[in-house]
Design a protein around this ligand. Structure first.
Ligand code: PEP
Ligand code: MG
Length: 567
């Protein structure tokens, strides 16, 4: 049995699909040109078919922009100039096909990479991807391809990027386990929105399994059991069924209010990454969108999305929520989220560096475009705008002033803008939590981003499984920062949400309710369970629990207290 961090709940049993890119060595050999040309043609044909299949399978799951990547790949695989060069080299130099392709592709890649144009440099990545696929086929090496999985599998990988995760077809991919990552890495967040059981940070799993092994993924406890015996499988089938039944039973809470037994009302909201995620939010009974991570709009595009594209996306979300509150977070790029077309100079500590609002206040044209799109979309619903990674009042005031300027400009141009847009900030830097009472005088609301607040408070990288033990939502120090934030806001009559993963933790609902949190925003799939829990609690009792929790000395003591109080 291997242990990791349960990143997305569920239990599943299936065969392993190992996702690895095998290393290949290209050697120069002399060879028969006729044989090598045939090998090359065959490998190109197979590759082309594969890319078409991947594209077909991804249609419906991915956006048009994401699908366009495959069109670019098809153009490379069919490129006549490259084929002529490869075949010319095979013919003239009597070399093997993989060597000829490696040389020709290498020249193209170097040429594209040397260009100034960012878009052209991106094409180098397409050429590398496609020609690697062809080389694998020439050499007869099996390529692991997530979107080609066509039997029920558990994907095992070193890591999965958000775009790898997007390729998973839920019909066959029953869950995944990765060697690295933490509960708040973005592949884990994607797994929760796809409702796939996932365990991350499973050290040594690639060594321990091979494709075809049977594994039990217990993503309730964070355990992977390799090649279990029949009795163990039977035991876990029961656990899987029980979990699935529980999920089904939770549906009864879909249209209920979220209110404690003594009448204290809270709002349960969903976190989304794309406009399409609103469907899951509504299906799971979310009362609002508490965090729309707009950076995915930027990450899924080949260049900065235009004002028009952004306007359409925001409008879609606001309309789909039908008047319910939608909190849109402005661009939060940097850290583990990069834009290929917006290179950022390498930094020693990207999570502490040039990211989010810091970048937006510097690259004002990018920020202003987003603010204009938001203002224009605001008439279609109930919009709140929030700024990420605010450390100082000056930053917040500067961002808010830019919003007001763009709004005034639009109004002067005769374009309608809602007059009730709320402007708030994320509390994810301890400095902002400590000054919450002062921020509350100028902001309409706060949303606590515990994913970052915890990493900055504990100085523990949220991406690192080695220091995951320090990543402690229940540490009394974190609870005190949350209390300061909530008290600071309430003193000025402002509301406070939480959109970090802590808001959806079953064990955290009680203490957060007791601290007075108004809005809990989480993965859509956590909403119903959270409602069931909240509706069984007494607010008065939770206030006592929270007061005691603040006086504990360790996270373990806080958790023991919660478990002793909330049955
Ligand atoms: C957070 O930091 O808690 C948060 C919600 O933002 P992200 O996870 O996107 O950094
Ligand atoms: Mg954050």
């Amino acid at each position: 049995m291997l242990k990791g961090i349960a990143a997305s709940s569920g239990v599943t049993i299936a065969k392993v699909y190992k996702y690895e890119t095998p290393a290949i060595v290209i050697e120069k050999k002399s060879a028969d040109p006729a044989v090598e040309t045939a090998k090359y043609d065959e490998a190109v044909a197979v590759s082309k078919k594969e890319i078409e299949t991947i594209k077909e399978k991804a249609a419906g799951r991915l956006s048009d922009e994401e699908l366009a990547i495959f069109d670019a790949h098809l153009m490379v695989v069919e490129d006549p100039a490259m084929a002529d060069e490869v075949k010319g080299m095979i013919e003239n130099e009597k070399v093997n096909a993989e060597y000829a392709l490696d040389t020709v592709a290498g020249n193209y890649i170097a040429m594209f990479e040397s260009l100034d144009d960012e878009y052209m440099r991106e094409r180098a990545a397409d050429i590398r991807d496609v020609t690697t696929r062809i080389k694998y086929h020439i050499l007869g090496v099996n390529i692991a391809d997530l979107s080609l999985i066509d039997t029920e599998s558990v994907v095992v990988a070193h890591d999965l990027t958000p775009s790898d995760t997007a390729q998973l077809d839920k019909k066959y991919a029953k869950g995944f386990a990765t060697e690295i990552g933490g509960r708040t890495s973005h592949s884990a967040i994607m797994a929760r929105s796809l409702e796939l059981p996932a365990i991350v940070g499973v050290k040594g799993i690639l060594e321990a399994v091979k494709t075809g092994d049977v594994v039990i993924l217990d993503a309730l406890k964070g355990e992977v059991i390799v090649n279990p015996d029949e009795a163990t499988i039977a035991k876990y089938r029961i656990k899987e069924q029980k979990y699935n039944e529980e999920v089904l039973a939770l549906k009864a809470f879909k249209d209920k209010d979220t209110v404690s037994v003594d009448g204290h009302k809270i709002t349960l909201a969903a976190n989304i990454g794309t406009p399409d995620d609103v469907i899951g939010a509504n299906d799971n009974g979310a009362e609002a969108i508490g965090l729309y991570r707009t950076e995915f709009l930027y990450m899924n595009s080949q260049q900065l999305p235009t004002e028009e594209e952004q306007y359409e996306a925001y409008k879609k979300v606001l309309e789909a929520m039908n008047g319910k509150q939608v909190v849109v977070r402005t661009l939060d790029i940097g850290g583990d989220k990069k834009l290929p077309y917006l290179p950022i100079d390498p930094e020693m500590n990207p999570f502490l560096g040039y990211r989010a609002i810091r970048l937006c206040l510097d690259r004002k044209e990018i920020f202003r475009t987003q603010l204009r799109a938001l203002c224009r979309a605001s008439v279609y619903g109930n919009l709140c705008i929030m700024f990420p990674m605010i450390a100082t009042l000056n930053e917040f005031n500067a961002a808010k002033a830019m919003f007001q300027e763009e709004k005034a400009k639009l109004l002067a141009e005769g374009i309608q803008v809602a007059d009730n847009i709320q402007v708030g900030l994320m509390i994810e830097i301890p400095a902002a939590a400590v000054l919450a009472d002062q921020f509350a005088k100028v902001a309409d609301f706060f949303s606590i981003g515990t994913n970052d607040l915890i990493q900055y408070s504990m100085a523990a990288d949220r991406m690192s499984e080695k220091v995951a033990y320090l990543y402690q939502p229940f540490n009394p120090s974190i609870l005190r920062l949350i209390k300061m934030t909530i008290d600071g806001a309430h003193k000025e009559g402002k509301w406070v949400g939480m959109c970090g993963e802590m808001a959806g933790e079953p064990d955290a609902i009680s203490v957060l309710m007791g601290l007075g949190l108004d809005e809990f925003s989480m993965s859509a799939t956590s909403v119903l369970r959270a409602r069931k829990i909240a509706n069984g609690l007494s607010y008065e009792a939770m206030k006592d629990l929270a007061a005691k929790a603040l006086q504990q000395t360790t996270a373990e003591e806080v958790l023991d207290l919660i478990h002793a109080t909330v049955k």
